[in-house]
Design a protein around this ligand. Structure first.
Ligand code: NAD
Length: 504
């Protein structure tokens, strides 16, 4: 990405002199200085979004859907630019950037396809047959605040912003400072496709300051990020009685069943654990295998993990990219060191790769993680997977569910048995013979977390309906009118008693 193209994207932001340097995590070098916005600027962005939304809500749903289709076409044309930007800002591998980009294109098509049906007026059973009719309209809430993290800036933008726009809302989105360019480019293409410029504003700045200013001014907030921040957003939204959806962290387990093919299970664990260098909310962080096969499985997984290529490349030659910055490297190393100091064994990886770049970390397999180790229950959010043994299925399920989080889970083995285990897992998604991609790739399937992994769901029609208010419309019809005086019930009561028996 040339400096002029970067400056053209940043030109969409106010030219504040308060800036932060954004570094390329692959080499630690500065990419550019990103202006930091003030509370007054966020409030002004919400005001102008509110004005733009008035006309947008009147635009026929089919026209809005056509714009999303056009956006999806433009994204296909500009695929390489998205891949370059994602790699520049996150340093994930080209393959992981590609998975993210394809998913984002699909979301534009999906919401274009379902908008008309999802938002259409629905006739409901009226409580008083013949005398009244009832309908439900789904009306936009107004201005939606979308707060996104740095790990999947393109996919999460599309999954949360597009359904809000398609439903007739305006959006003010807070991009993470680290990945603002990707989000600005997505918005730029949306405007080129026909989205009015003031309808979707991207804002940036200090997380708490800008995040609070958004939650304090919008009509709904869709938050994606850590559980700790999600709780703060929920409290603030509750004070204003606005709706919010929270897509938070995971500590995602995989259970390998006794009848599983060990080599295949190791391969599935590999793909499930190391997507975007494990910096993925649905990434597998712990795998439970029958004690009988634990050693063999661990050996297979360690062998495969050691064979992964780690490095920078703008083609599909590297399996794993870098961690996204200094804090991430410190975080991941801290978890691994703590696990080792409390008795865990590293069987693959476990070290940084400074000769490749400042924040690269080898994909890592550990075993015998002690209950006192921080990573036993906390989300590592890096390329680290822990293998543990289990005696029987009840134990495996108990261990898998022994967490405050419940985002994703996986079961590997014969499908029928795996389905039975899936029913007993407390997670918003369960993937069978796959780590996360089976559910993650489906736009029709709701995505979200049980317990402290979140509230509400994105994707599917519900992913759009969360941004609407249900408006009930009731009509009284002649010739018989609803009674207005007590004595009218002399005639009406027998009829109403008949009706109540008759209603199914
Ligand atoms: P984070 O909570 O630190 O930040 C997320 C976003 O919130 C950022 O844009 C940040 O600037 C902003 N923010 C910070 N303080 C805020 C506040 N007080 N109010 C409002 N916004 C605020 O999370 P992170 O470290 O950037 O992201 C990693 C976490 O996100 C992991 O826990 C991961 O599992 C989770 N995540 C979840 C999903 C999902 O769909 N469930 C997807 C991606 C990431």
């Amino acid at each position: 990405m040339s400096e002029t193209s970067i400056q053209a994207l940043v030109a969409h932001l106010p030219a504040n002199t308060d800036t932060v340097p954004v570094l390329n995590p692959a080499n630690g070098k500065k990419i550019y200085d990103l202006p930091q916005m003030t509370v007054a600027q966020i409030e002004a962005a919400v005001d102008s979004a509110r004005n733009a939304q008035i006309d947008w809500a009147k635009t026929p749903v089919s026209e809005r859907a056509d714009i999303l289709l056009e956006l999806s076409k433009l994204m296909v044309t500009d695929e390489a630019k998205f891949l370059d930007l994602l790699q520049l800002e996150t340093a994930k591998s080209r393959a992981h950037a590609f998975e993210e980009t394809i998913g984002a294109m699909n979301s534009a098509k999906y919401y274009a396809k379902i908008s008309a049906k999802t938002l259409a007026r629905k006739k409901t059973d009226s409580g008083i047959p013949f005398l009244t009719k009832t309908y439900v309209d789904q009306v936009p809430v107004g201005v939606v605040g979308v707060i996104t993290p740095w790990n999947y800036p393109l996919a999460l933008t599309m999954l949360d912003v597009l359904p809000a726009l398609a439903a007739g809302n305006a959006v003010v989105q807070k991009a993470d400072n680290q990945t603002a360019l990707t989000v600005l480019f997505a918005r730029h293409l949306a405007v080129e496709a026909g989205i009015p410029a003031e309808l979707w504003t991207v804002v940036v700045g200090d997380g708490e300051l800008v995040g609070n200013a958004i939650t304090d001014n919008v009509d709904y907030v869709a938050f994606t990020g850590s559980t700790a921040t999600g709780r703060k957003v929920a409290e603030r939204a509750a004070k204003r009685l606005i709706g919010c959806s929270l897509e938070l962290g995971g500590k995602n387990p995989m259970i390998v069943l006794d009848g599983a093919n060990i080599k295949r299970a190791a391969e599935i664990a590999l793909a499930g654990a190391f997507g975007s260098a494990g910096q993925l909310c649905v990434s597998i962080e712990r795998v439970y295998v029958p004690n009988r096969i634990k050693d063999e499985f661990t050996k297979e997984l360690a062998k495969r993990t050691d064979s992964l290529t780690v490095g920078r490349s703008s083609d599909f030659s590297m399996d794993i990219g870098s961690l996204t910055g200094y804090n991430q490297l410190q975080r991941v190393m801290g978890y691994v060191d703590d696990a080792v100091s409390t008795g865990a064994t590293v069987v693959a990886g476990g070290t940084s790769v400074p000769e490749t770049g400042p924040y690269f970390f080898r994909p890592t397999v550990v075993t015998n993680v002690n209950q006192n180790a921080r990573m036993y229950r906390q989300e590592v959010f890096g390329p680290v997977i822990a293998v543990e043994g289990y005696e029987d299925l009840d134990e495996a399920i108990r261990l898998a569910n022994d967490t405050e989080l419940g985002l994703n889970a996986s079961v590997v083995g014969p499908e029928r048995e795996a389905m039975a285990v899936a029913k007993r897992l407390n997670a918003g998604g369960v993937n069978i013979n796959e780590g996360f991609r089976a559910t993650f790739a489906s736009m029709e399937t709701p995505m979200g977390g049980f317990k402290s992994s979140g509230q509400g769901r994105r994707n599917g029609p519900g992913g759009m309906l969360r941004y609407t208010e249900a408006k009930a419309i009731g009509i009284s019809r002649g010739p018989i009118r609803l009674p207005s005086r007590a004595k009218d019930y002399n005639k009406m009561a027998p009829l109403m008693r008949l009706l109540i028996k008759w209603i199914k």
